[in-house]
Design a protein around this ligand. Structure first.
Ligand code: SF4
Ligand code: SF4
Length: 374
């Protein structure tokens, strides 16, 4: 009998606890980065036509330097560190970096094109205690724009389903450059059939802005978003993606440089992958004053931004600042509003405990104690 399902359940429970800690920390304070991206190598083994985040020649950043950066991010109070690239699996000691993040009790995630995954590499990521692995898949069969294709990656997905003890998230990519708009739905359905979480990514241009979606792609995207629970996250209505698909701006405050940091291969902090150069301060000199300034800096690129991970950190801040309005907005699309009594049971319980009850302070303190944050 294999122990994998039991180990997965135990590890899964530990991960949910860690996520609850991350959430509670984000609700308690705005003075630490929720998420940071680090780049262990700019080199990639693929060359997707739309990508401005890779080269063919960069060496891996020395492991000692990457570990130092992880320690510095831990010192700033970062709660999630995502390793991307280039292709992070090209770093010979990726697992040491993952392990260091885990040892700081920070959530460690990796974004990969998946090409270099083998059963042995998956097992070594298990041992390093990776929290989540994300693969973006662009099409069903390779074309001249992208080779990140379901057909090429399907064996890797099956290995992940068999051996991985960490969470798997498949990002089905939609964009007007897609040859077959139905691909995004095929990819989402395959990922869901293997038990993976599915997200949808929109192809951006070189400034992080959206290339307008065709009507066909928009319809396919709406069909994927309509799959919703339980395959998709608790956010039932993503106003960013809803608006972007229609070419509409979204009003929000981007807190990049504060709640989200992008640390490039040279160790400089930038707003995000698409706005490199701002503020461009070395991580070792990044301070609480920088976090505070960037929290309030208005980003003119925000209305049509496609960087979903930064938008998710902003949703947590909206939840902290305006809890009731934000809960209503993420659970209830404006075209089919829900009554709060129809919300999922657990949402109603937590809303009552932490917002409605006379003893909400006592419940909050108890939760912080249980999560060992007090
Ligand atoms: S696999 Fe990722 S990093 Fe590499 S070229 Fe494609 S999008 Fe860029
Ligand atoms: S709005 Fe923020 S995350 Fe989006 S492109 Fe601009 S700086 Fe980057």
């Amino acid at each position: 009998m294999t122990l994998v399902p039991i180990v997965r359940k135990v590890r899964g429970a530990q991960r949910r606890l860690k996520e609850a800690r991350m959430f509670a920390q984000a609700m308690r304070s705005s003075r630490h980065p929720i998420l940071a991206h680090i780049i262990p190598t700019r080199r990639c083994n693929l060359s997707c036509a739309y990508c401005n985040e890779y080269d063919r020649v960069s060496p891996p950043v020395p492991t000692a330097e990457m570990l130092r950066r992880v320690d510095q991010l831990a010192g700033l109070g970062t709660t999630i560190i995502t390793i991307s690239g280039g292709e992070p699996l090209l770093h010979p000691e990726l697992e040491s970096i993952v392990r260091r993040i885990h040892d700081h009790r920070i959530i460690a995630t990796v974004i990969t094109n998946g090409y270099l995954l083998t059963p042995e590499r998956i097992r070594s990521l298990n041992r390093a205690r990776l929290h989540q692995l994300q693969i973006s898949i662009d099409n069903v069969v390779p074309d001249d724009i992208s080779k990140k294709s379901l057909k090429v990656l399907d064996q890797k997905l099956r290995w992940l389903a068999s051996y991985a003890e960490f969470d798997i998230s498949i990002n089905a990519v939609a964009g007007s450059a897609m040859r077959n708009p139905e691909d995004v739905l095929t990819i989402a359905q395959r990922a869901a059939s293997l038990g993976f979480t599915v997200t949808v990514g929109l192809l951006h241009n070189g400034s992080g802005q959206l290339a307008p979606l065709t009507e066909e792609v928009r319809i396919a995207l709406d069909r994927v978003l309509a799959l919703r629970k339980p395959t998709f996250s608790f956010v039932r209505y993503d106003r960013f993606q809803h608006n972007l698909a229609r070419g509409l701006p979204t009003e929000w405050s981007c807190h990049a440089g504060s709640r989200y940091l992008y640390v490039c291969e040279d160790g400089l902090v930038h707003w995000c992958s698409q706005q490199r150069g701002y503020p461009g301060i070395p991580l070792e000199r990044y301070s609480a004053a920088d976090l505070e300034r960037e929290y309030h800096t208005v980003k003119s690129c925000a209305p049509l931004c496609t960087i979903n991970c930064v938008q998710k950190t902003a949703i947590l801040d909206e939840l902290r600042e305006h809890p009731r309005e934000t809960i209503l907005r993420i659970l209830s699309p404006p075209d089919s509003p829900m009554d709060p009594t129809q919300f999922p049971f657990l949402v109603r319980v937590f809303t009552w405990l932490f917002l409605g009850s006379r003893n909400r302070k006592w419940f909050s303190n108890l939760a912080l104690r249980v999560l060992r944050l007090k």
